[in-house]
Design a protein around this ligand. Sequence first.
Ligand code: MRU
Length: 347
Amino acid sequence: MTAIFPLKHENDILKLLDQRLLPNEEVYVTAKTIEDCFVAIKDMVVRGAPLIGFTGIWGMALFIKHNPKATYEQFARAAEYLKSARPTAVNLAFEIDRCVVMAKAETHMNALYPKLVAHAKNEMNNLYEKNLAMAKFAEMDLAKKFGDRPLNVMTICNTGVLACGVLGTALGVIVHLNNQKKVKSVFASETRPYLQGSRLTSFELLKEGIDHHIVVEGAASYLMKNKMVDAIFAGADRIVENGDTANKIGTSSLSIIAKHYGIPFYIVAPISSFDLTLKTGDEIEIELRDQDEILKYKEHSIAHVDAKALNPSFDVTDHSCITGIICENGIIYPTTPENIRAVVEKK
Ligand code: MRU
């Protein structure tokens, strides 16, 4: 099994695996400046909430590398610029804001570059343990519901190594369960229009040797009605105080169908995905992406040239449809503000 490295820092050069070309080509793009990182995030060379957060740290490191005499104010302005690359996943703002806090505490801005590089590496190095912790919480909860039998599970979008840098969140749970021989089969939702499920999740499942089928989003009800799914795992781009969760478009309908058929629906995400400054999901900014992601496949039109499309990239899953939210500190249910704070703010 060849390992996947979506982000590499070698000989002081940042290389990003161009996820737009997967699964057919594995090509790395070099990011030399904060602008390169901005474009890579916006154009989805790198994607997935945790990974764009890490790319944000590298972007700020590159800014200070090239502007060692920058003032704190200039650094903070650069941070706002980089944060604007994609609005929904709070991980980008979370990680960049932490760089700004480091800059504020710094007396010599030119000392910041090695510190940010060390910080970025440290964050990525700690990630595997955190993701594994989430997977083990999920495993424990599933054992209570299903005992030891291997499960049929479903997921949406891509929440694996490509989205996180290592193991992954929702997909990390599935890979971990499979390593424990607790997965029978996986349904990977293709995730229209950007096809993170069929291009990326399936690619990762193939590399792991995990039996799976790609399904269209519209098949969810069919699968659940016919008892083909035991549990569903999705990631998150932003989880707010009442447990409402923004995730890839299609997640909300999946959760509503799951509730209808009584199938456990879990959100799996790191603490950097929580935004407890927002009270409900109505306050989350939803990224609208280019209509051509729907109207074209690569350069090829798949709708009439005069057709218009609306392309919201995320939706908000109501907390009432979520069985549990799993983060590295534990599992939260029911998803009330009190329970969320107790787990997220646990030291
Ligand atoms: O638009 P993307 O591909 O960056 O989508 C983000 C995601 O990968 C998901 O919504 C995901 O569930 C959260 S990231 C682990």
